[in-house]
Design a protein around this ligand. Structure first.
Ligand SMILES: *[C@@H]1O[C@H](CO)[C@@H](O)[C@H](O)[C@H]1NC(C)=O
Ligand SMILES: *[C@@H]1O[C@H](CO)[C@@H](O)[C@H](O)[C@H]1NC(C)=O
Ligand SMILES: *[C@@H]1O[C@H](CO)[C@@H](O)[C@H](O)[C@H]1NC(C)=O
Length: 332
């Protein structure tokens, strides 16, 4: 139900105020010419791709956790037109944590599992909505120190972390590689205690680094909260840092501790259109420059730039969250 007591203009006024702030702030964004050229190039790609599929294709060579042989032949024809049947009809067999997938709270916790915290219990509101894609420092795992340096503002509910796994194309290597980058236990603890992030996306098969004690602790920090959802094995090849909306739809597997998912990342076409029509395209660029600061903090090496970037992200995400909640969710 919409609220008829508020003036129809009050939302627009608030939005205009926020946008004005964004454009003022963007005017102060310090960026070198080279960076700007690079960002403009990425921006062009970003504008051209309206929707990006960020799930991996299920192929026999897709890596599987702790396996040398990948998924293998997971799909078989049961009836075949060529052999005279009326139709082709296949059966597939996959683990619940194959390829791009989500974890349920009960994955590492027997009590939660028995209480019914399976994949069906996951909130669609968390799985869908505005999302921030950030690049992490390539020479580190996602530790508390890295989380602090990323400076992701409060109010950001969904973040996809693009790490060296994407550069190393680990999801295209059949044999499992335990040297992947992911969260350390202190990084996960930091996320759970000091941010509003509820959807945590990573670009290899686990949200946690591989040593067993760390694997357990990271999952406990995230999953025991019952409202944080790790999304693992994402394909972030074409997802340059920026603000998008994510659509993430797990299968409704009752008692499932995880589920393969299909994901798409529409860029914020509607918000971009709106910003463009209000002649504040520069501010969207600045928001993405903002995330660039997050990623390339070593180049800029200036904490002032970092908090500027963080401020811009905060504004962009606030606008996105606001519009999402006031428009899309109200139509459902
Ligand atoms: C049906 O299965 C055969 C293999 O028996 C395959 O070659 C063919 O491409 C399939 N057709 C369709 C429409 O999927
Ligand atoms: C992340 O941790 C793993 C251990 O699980 C290690 O092999 C890898 O080198 C670390 N990555 C980075 C970038 O430090
Ligand atoms: C399982 O989750 C519950 C609820 O969050 C928590 O109280 C309990 O300590 C967890 N158990 C383990 C072994 O992590």
């Amino acid at each position: 139900m919409t609220n008829h007591n508020t003036s129809p203009y009050s939302h627009l006024l608030l939005l205009a105020a926020v946008l004005a702030l964004v454009s003022v702030a963007s005017a102060f964004g310090p960026t070198s010419r080279l960076d700007l050229q690079k960002i403009m190039r990425e921006e062009r790609n970003y504008m051209q791709k309206k929707v990006i599929d960020i799930s991996h294709k299920y192929v026999p060579d897709l890596p599987a956790y702790d396996s040398k042989t990948g998924l293998g032949n997971f799909i078989k024809l049961k009836t075949s037109i060529k052999l005279g049947d009326l139709y082709n009809f296949s059966v597939f067999k996959l683990t619940t944590h194959s390829g791009t997938h989500v974890d349920a709270p009960g994955h590492f916790n027997e009590t939660l599992f028995e209480l019914g915290y399976d994949v069906v219990s996951l909130h669609l509101q968390t799985l869908n909505g505005p999302v921030l894609v950030v690049d992490t420092p390539r020479n580190k795992n996602i530790t508390a120190e890295v989380m602090r340096s990323l400076n992701i503002p409060r109010g950001v509910k969904r973040v996809l972390f693009r790490t060296s796994n994407t550069d190393r194309r680990l999801m295209y290597k059949k044999e499992f590689d335990s040297s992947y980058s992911a969260f350390t236990s202190d990084g996960a603890e930091y996320l759970a205690q000091n941010t509003d992030i509820k959807l945590v996306g990573v670009d290899y098969l686990s949200v946690a680094i591989s040593p067993k004690d760390e694997l357990l602790k990271v999952h406990q920090h995230l999953l025991n909260s019952k409202d944080i959802i790790p999304v693992e094995g994402l394909n972030l090849d074409d997802a340059v840092p920026g603000v998008y909306t994510i659509h993430c739809l797990p299968l409704r597997l009752v008692h499932g501790d995880g589920s393969p998912t299909s994901h798409s990342l529409p860029d914020l076409a509607w918000i971009l259109q709106l910003l463009k029509s209000m002649r504040v395209r520069e501010s969207v660029l600045a928001a993405r420059i903002g995330t660039k600061y997050v990623a390339e903090i070593r180049i800029f090496g200036n904490t002032a730039d970092q908090s500027f970037g963080s401020f811009i992200i905060f504004l962009a995400i606030s606008v996105a969250n606001y519009l999402w909640e006031k428009t899309v969710l109200h139509m459902c």
